[in-house]
Design a protein around this ligand. Structure first.
Ligand SMILES: Cc1ncc(COP(=O)(O)O)c(C=O)c1O
Length: 482
């Protein structure tokens, strides 16, 4: 009887005894001659037995199941996936970098240290801050590093009563989570109707218990604080430190310097702003910069240049210590270094301006159909929303799923929390007008469907290998086996 396997059959189902690719038996014998008898297998491993073609097709098919930036537009607000030059992958994987042993003596890794030093210096230049640590392995890890650095600063001044961290409701979710994890009481303040910090609410929350005020810039509704200097002054007057979450610094680089905005501490996401890939949970890098009065408390060691040699300085008596084994995620930092070297100077301004222009292009094109919640010029991302009562009962999640049928990844949805039925779109600076027009066109077609055949949108996606699932059962009774 013929067995017709579906094209998505498991490799184990396709397996047939003895089937295999090219084999170099002489070489195998030769290799096993070098292995001690005790380490040689006694039986054949239970792996699928496939021809080379079957194996290649299997993995090619798997690689295509995942939506990726190399395939299509990825408008996911807040968790940007932007252009990551492939050349930087090659450069960061050069054997001189990739094969370095983490315990190698400084004299043997001068090239790597030079690149890391260069990154520290370029980050200082683009932010105006006095020092940077490259240790944090992600944005949220950078926040934790920043908050612990702030604590070390207050402790050194014997200012132990500062137990609160103020976080506006437009902050990224990791900000309050970090403050809580570091043992602080989170004081949440509501933002003003224009989506920016309510200065009166901030003033009321500030006290001699405030350790840090954390501000996401641009905030999660894609807006820049118009009165940031005044906010910084109020924070400093209360004796607190001003922390900026600069994960989306691609909207600001070359336009403003955080030091001029009064920042005492700030993290940047190399894997968002400076070209390392983001998504899939990392790895990332979240360097933290500090103003001169806070810099001595940053983690150690840092890379220093002394008498023409790069060296790891552990001589930082006030440092909070180490935040990560060795020197951070070097391969990610190296990509950021390449990017900063390549685009240093005037080009940064153009990058930031393009990020802002692209987000506003999408916002202006869609705001009449998908309410732009804060109808004003935004920064690198725009927040759209809908009222399901006026949309034949269609919800934001339905639109997100329908976009998959049009070949687009969904924007971030239901975030920021302060916007009902939010859709957060971040085109990034590297997408073309044609691509954004195609996205806008898909959104407009979905809008028409909502008016004429809403059920099509409610039942979407129709073209994926897995379509509408029972989300409650999927969460409560997940069936994770084939
Ligand atoms: C504004 C902001 N802050 C913090 C983070 C957290 O960064 P990570 O995911 O690297 O921990 C993100 C994530 O993208 C972010 O957009």
């Amino acid at each position: 009887m013929k067995t017709i396997l579906p094209h998505n059959a498991l490799s184990l189902e396709k397996s047939r005894p003895g089937r295999r690719g090219v084999r170099f038996e002489q070489a195998e014998k030769h290799a096993s001659a070098y292995l001690p008898e005790a380490y040689l297998r006694k039986s054949v491993p239970k792996l699928p037995e496939l021809s080379e073609f079957e194996t290649v097709r299997h993995f090619t098919r798997l690689s295509e199941l995942n939506y990726c930036l190399d395939g299509e537009f990825y408008p996911l607000g807040s968790c940007t996936m932007k252009y990551n030059p492939k050349a930087y992958d090659v450069l960061s994987a050069l054997p001189g970098f990739a094969n370095v042993h983490p315990l190698a003596p400084e004299s043997a890794v001068q090239g790597t240290l030079e690149a890391l030093y260069g990154l520290q210096e370029l980050l200082k230049k683009v932010t105006g801050l006095a020092a940077f640590t490259l240790q944090p392995a992600a944005g949220a890890h950078g926040e934790l590093t920043g908050i612990l650095t702030a604590r070390a600063y207050h402790d050194a001044r014997k200012d132990f009563k500062r137990t609160e961290v103020i976080v506006p409701d437009t902050a990224h979710g990791t900000n309050p989570a970090t403050a809580h994890m570091a043992g602080y009481t989170v004081v949440n303040i509501k933002s003003a109707p224009d989506g920016r910090v309510d200065k009166e609410a901030l003033q009321q929350a500030l006290s001699d218990k405030t350790a840090v005020v954390m501000l996401t810039v641009p905030n999660t509704v894609g807006l820049f604080e118009t009165d940031i200097r005044e906010i910084a002054d109020r924070v400093h007057k209360a004796g607190a430190l001003f922390y900026l979450d600069g994960a989306n610094f691609n909207a600001l680089a070359g336009l403003v310097k955080p030091a001029d905005m009064g920042a005492d501490l700030m993290h940047l996401n190399v894997h968002k702003s400076f070209a390392a890939p983001h998504g899939g949970g990392g790895p990332g890098a979240g360097p933290v910069g500090a103003a001169a009065h806070v810099a001595p408390f940053l983690p150690k060691p840092m890379v220093e240049l002394k008498n023409g040699k790069y060296t790891l300085s552990g001589k930082m008596p006030k440092s909070l210590g180490k935040m990560k084994a060795f020197f951070g995620n070097i391969a990610v930092c190296l990509r950021g270094y390449c990017y900063l070297r390549q685009f240093d100077g005037q080009t940064f301004r153009q990058i930031a301006e393009n990020a802002v222009l692209n987000a506003n292009y999408v916002r202006a094109a869609l705001k009449d159909k998908f309410n732009a919640f804060f109808d004003c010029i935004c920064m690198h991302e725009c927040v759209l929303s809908i009222n399901p009562a006026e949309m034949n009962g269609v919800h934001t999640s339905d639109i997100a799923k329908r976009l998959l049928d049009y070949g687009f990844y969904a924007p971030t949805i239901y975030f920021p929390l302060i916007v009902p039925e939010a859709m957060m779109v971040e085109p990034t600076e590297t997408e073309s007008k044609q691509m954004m027009d195609a996205f806008v066109d898909a959104m407009e077609q979905i809008y028409t469907e909502i008016q004429t055949e809403p059920q099509t949108v409610k039942d979407a996606p129709h073209s994926q290998c897995v379509c509408r699932i029972d989300e409650v059962s999927a969460a409560r009774e997940p069936n994770l086996r084939w």
